[in-house]
Ligand binder design. Structure first.
Ligand SMILES: [Zn+2]
Length: 158
């Protein structure tokens, strides 16, 4: 049961305002500071697509350095994401498929990735919550929410 999951941890007071709904729905967010007895699975707890429930964060700087995207966050953290991994993680419907109202996954025809698919032509901020990369093969329909980028940066190799 979710009851009591957050209540007893005084440490949580300082780690942002996780909406109560997250805990009740079981969308556990591993923040690295939970009390004893709560051991995250390898890779941590992450809600699959519940980014909207995470505390807001701000992106201070972004630039492609070599074959990596470097991101600087307002909490002092930095993320480095290999461009190839970034492209392969493209969340757009064409790359990742779309789930309809019945829960069926519809995936478009597979997009052939080439060297041009892993080079950035442009990076555009979107509404203060995401960035939209334009790749040199012309693909630009993926919106990467900040929380998703942060997670990609933490995933590391593999
Ligand atoms: Zn895509």
């Amino acid at each position: 049961m979710a009851a009591g999951w957050l209540e007893d941890s005084a440490e949580l007071a300082g780690v942002g305002n996780l909406p109560r709904r997250s805990a009740e729905m079981g969308n556990r967010v591993w923040c690295g500071r939970l009390g004893p007895g709560l051991v995250p699975p390898p890779g941590g707890w992450h809600p699959p697509l519940a980014f909207a429930t995470l505390p807001p964060m701000r992106l201070l700087d972004m630039q492609a350095i070599g074959a990596e995207l470097a991101l600087k966050w307002d909490d002092g953290g930095e993320s480095f994401i290999p461009l190839e991994a970034l492209r392969r993680a493209c969340p757009c419907a064409g790359c990742k498929g779309e789930v309809d109202a019945l829960g069926q996954l519809h995936q478009g025809p597979e997009i052939a990735l080439t060297a041009a698919s892993f080079r950035l032509a442009r990076l555009s901020p979107v509404g203060g919550y995401a960035i939209q990369p334009t790749w040199t093969d012309g693909h630009n329909s993926g919106l990467y929410p900040f929380a998703y980028l942060k997670r990609l940066g933490e995933a590391g190799p593999g």
